[in-house]
Design a protein around this ligand. Structure first.
Ligand code: SF4
Length: 367
């Protein structure tokens, strides 16, 4: 309740006519979306509106993905499940950690649901979507790696829960978190590059009849799909030359609210002065980040988050600490990862495609 007093109502003209549940006619959606577009079901929790999702899938010709807390995944009939190309499922790390943020039943329920959808034959990418509030990102990601090894997930994305609420800033606590987080990122980068090194290592000799070294490396090549690493690496390597927000908000990615207005992203939907069009008129304006123009990291970082930059809910010292984590991560990838990846590419031990990832479907890239 404290958050009602965050001051945003003074600068943002909230659209109080926005209904709670989507009233967007499927016919209009059908006209608005082209077959190559991606529609991401998002909430709240989108799966509580499963009937509407089914109706949209039945009638609209485009690609479909979903961001969900995972609790109702077992309720999706198989024919609709198979239409969802990719999904982001919330999980905040170990069972203990996840229970502290998502409640005591979430972890077991989503693991059982993921088991069920895999047993139904679901092969689409499932991203473990984690929010870091405190604690050790390395330990939590390592747990998610175990879950990848068990076949539940394919990839990981994490976001630091910082700068999104006015009343949760604590300088001492967040300064301590930043130090621990940065150390933990270093460990994670070491793990990531070590895993690639291990997987492409050519054995000193092969027993007769075994696969040739090249076949071995081809088969076992392992680049863990950690979205923050892949997205930043792509920009540093020149594979992604877009300098704007790597989440796509406001230029490649727009949110449709429950009455059909478009916003740059779901977190700032239904604000009249921030609308970017509607599903009848289409996209009438794009949104750009402000406040980062003098930063030399801008081309890679893109500005982290439009909502965070515009809402300005934390004081400057808090925002500076958030930027410290971003700069540390970008520097780490530039210094530790890029030279190694270049070496591997030159030697033919990895291919550029090993670092491919789906852009703009939920992972913000910059945590
Ligand atoms: S590091 Fe901070 S100041 Fe620099 S571009 Fe990113 S968000 Fe903006």
């Amino acid at each position: 309740m404290e958050e009602f007093d965050n001051g945003l109502e003074k600068k943002w003209d909230y659209d109080m006519k926005t209904p709670i549940h989507s009233e967007v006619p499927v016919e209009k959606l059908k006209k608005f979306l082209k077959s190559e577009d991606v529609l991401i079901f998002y909430g709240g929790e989108p799966l509580i509106m499963l009937d509407k999702i089914k109706k949209i899938i039945d009638n609209v010709d485009c690609r479909f993905m979903i961001q969900t807390n995972g609790m109702l995944l077992d309720k999706i009939p198989k024919n609709y499940l198979m239409k969802l190309e990719k999904m982001l499922v919330s999980i905040d790390g170990t069972k203990e950690k996840d229970s502290s943020t998502k409640g005591p039943t979430h972890y077991d329920k989503i693991i059982s649901n993921l088991k069920e959808i895999r047993s139904k034959g679901y092969k689409g990418e499932i991203v473990a979507r984690m929010v870091i509030t405190e604690g050790d990102v390395y330990e939590q990601v390592m747990h998610l790696v175990e879950l990848i090894n068990k076949g539940f997930f394919d990839s990981v994305h994490w976001q630091i829960d910082a700068g999104f609420y006015k009343n949760d800033f604590d300088l001492e606590k967040f300064s301590k978190f930043v130090k621990e987080y940065n150390d933990s990122i270093d460990e994670l980068l070491d793990f990531w590059i070590r895993e690639i090194e291990k997987s492409v290592a050519i054995p000193s000799h092969s027993a007769p009849g075994t696969r040739t070294p090249n076949e071995v490396s081809e088969k076992n090549r392992r680049v863990w799909k950690f979205y923050p690493f892949l997205g930043i690496l792509a920009r540093l390597m020149g594979w992604d030359n877009n300098k704007k927000l790597p989440c796509g908000a406001g230029h490649s990615n727009f949110s449709i609210n429950t009455k059909g207005d478009l916003s740059a992203c779901p977190i700032m939907n239904s604000v009249k002065n921030l609308y970017c069009g509607d599903i009848e008129k289409g996209i009438t304006r794009e949104r750009e980040i402000s406040g980062c123009n003098t930063c030399k990291y801008l081309k890679v970082c893109g500005g982290r988050c439009l909502y965070w930059r515009e809402a300005k809910l934390w004081p400057k010292e808090g925002d500076d600490l958030i930027c410290e984590t971003i700069k540390h991560l970008i520097d780490g990838i530039r210094e530790k990862v890029v030279p190694k990846v270049k070496q591997f590419l030159e030697s033919g031990k990895v291919k550029k495609e090993d670092f491919d990832f789906e852009k703009y479907f939920g992972p913000e890239i910059i945590p």
